[in-house]
Design a protein around this ligand. Structure first.
Ligand SMILES: C[S@@+](CC[C@H](N)C(=O)[O-])C[C@H]1O[C@@H](n2cnc3c(N)ncnc32)[C@H](O)[C@@H]1O
Ligand code: SF4
Ligand code: SF4
Ligand code: SF4
Length: 413
């Protein structure tokens, strides 16, 4: 008899331990070195040649295999499953799917943490209107189906409506305007409805006193809330983001309650990322923290295949800043991959800087490359880079306490 993992159940080795990825259920199971060695031996030889079935000291091994069988991870086979050790999960070359256009760096707010350091004094940007229009076509031809107009404050870009109309003509599936909401009037609402635009906006608190302490714009909370109410009354799809820093760190629950009262999906607020004005230790909250990276990890066949060749979040995305720089994510301000003012988007897409970002897997990251969770664990490169004193793109995430060389979570006793 032979024992093997079932199809779609994959053994991934780390430095000290291993993990079985069940691509049917999505669950990832941790196993120790002895279990890895047994499973690898089973891939080459019959169980009777590896263990004396009746011996007392074989019992733990057989009991482990029974547990795997009960969990539907493995099975006994009459013949050797020769393909088991070499199963490959092909992943298609990613193409552009999602694009951020940062229309302007100017803003009527001056938020404490703003990654593009926006304020009323910051000049608008230097991508010409005709170039933005071309880029909307170039990105769609390259495969993009989702377009986000962002800033700064995108509604301060005078011809933003023309860009939406162009994107509709190009047949983008989703067009989202990410705005602080303070400038939304009835005319904007009618335009959003007519052109099927989704809106994203930001709340920093459930009260004006605290929200306006972040935006440094007295009256901004009232205006944003008025916009939110109009958007909802008109059934325009709306997302509400919230970012916490020291001045609003106790607002997480209040914001989530307010969102559920409004009937908008509420997710735990994110924390300020160390980029732009946000790259300031004094802004960091002292008591609120996003949950660190920890099991349980989950995956699926597509994500598992992608994670071995490409970055799970970045591959397929890019952002263009108000100065025409191409960056792999709107938060990755230090990772300039080209500039589209005089260069076709297609050229930047094919060039090494962007393809390297898209190909940044956990196999490129010190410590993670030796971790058995590396093809299921989420990764935010701009966060890891921003937290690194040298701003290294390949920096090891700091929000994970796992030591793959000992197999221990160091904050767990
Ligand atoms: C830069 S703004 C542009 C759109 C619009 N002006 C607004 O504030 O909603 C987009 C989002 O990025 C968030 N953001 C800006 N700087 C950030 C940082 N350093 N870390 C995390 N989020 C940040 C803002 O809070 C906002 O939710
Ligand atoms: S976060 Fe948005 S609203 Fe605040 S200053 Fe930056 S661009 Fe303006
Ligand atoms: S962050 Fe790296 S070390 Fe931590 S669990 Fe994920 S892959 Fe493993
Ligand atoms: S998770 Fe990180 S990499 Fe992905 S979009 Fe958000 S900030 Fe960018």
């Amino acid at each position: 008899m032979y024992y093997n993992l079932k199809e779609n159940c994959i053994l991934i080795e780390g430095a000290a331990r291993g993990a079985i990825y069940n691509l049917n259920s999505g669950r990832v199971y941790s196993i120790n070195r002895g279990a890895i060695d047994l499973l690898k031996a089973c891939q080459a030889a019959a169980i009777e040649t590896l263990l004396d079935i009746d011996a007392e000291d074989s019992k733990p091994y057989l009991s482990f295999l029974d547990t795997l069988t009960t969990k539907d991870l493995g099975a006994f086979y009459v013949t050797l499953q020769t393909e088991a050790a070499t199963r490959v999960f092909p992943c298609q070359q990613p193409h552009l799917e999602y694009i951020w256009l940062e229309l302007t760096s100017t803003c009527n707010n001056r938020c404490l943490h703003c990654y593009c350091a926006s304020s009323p004094e910051v000049p608008s940007g230097c991508v010409s209107h005709s170039r933005w229009l071309e880029l909307i076509s170039e990105a769609h031809s390259a495969g993009a189906h989702t377009l986000q107009l962002i800033g700064g404050e995108p509604l301060l870009y005078p011809q933003w409506r023309e860009l939406v109309i162009k994107a509709r003509q190009e047949n983008y599936e989703t067009i989202e305007v990410f705005t602080n909401g303070t400038l939304i009037d009835n005319d904007c609402i009618n335009f959003f409805k007519q052109h099927e635009v989704s809106v994203a906006t930001t709340l920093y608190a459930a009260t004006a006193a605290i929200h306006d302490k972040v935006t440094l714009h007295p009256g901004s909370f009232e205006k944003t809330m008025a916009a939110i109410n109009k958007i909802l009354a008109n059934n325009i799809p709306l997302r509400i983001a919230s970012i916490l820093m020291k001045v609003n760190e106790h607002e997480a629950e209040n914001i989530m309650k307010l969102c559920s009262t409004l009937g908008v999906e509420s997710t735990p607020p994110d924390i300020v990322r160390p980029t732009g004005r946000g790259d300031d230790l004094d802004l960091l909250p002292t008591s609120y923290a996003k949950p660190p990276i920890k099991p349980p990890f989950f995956t699926d066949p597509q994500s598992f295949a992608k994670a071995q060749k490409f970055h799970g979040c970045l591959a397929g995305r890019l952002a263009i800043t108000a100065s025409g720089d191409v960056i792999p994510c709107i938060f990755a301000r230090n990772q300039i991959c080209g500039n589209i003012i005089n260069t076709p988007l297609q050229t930047v897409l094919a060039a090494k800087p962007l393809t390297t970002c898209w190909q940044t897997t956990k196999d490129c990251i010190a410590k993670c490359q030796d971790c058995e969770y590396r093809y299921a664990c989420p990764d935010c490169r701009p966060l890891a880079q921003g937290t690194d004193p040298q701003k290294n793109w390949f920096a090891t995430p700091t929000d994970c306490s796992y030591n793959p060389y000992t197999g221990k979570w160091e904050d767990v006793t």
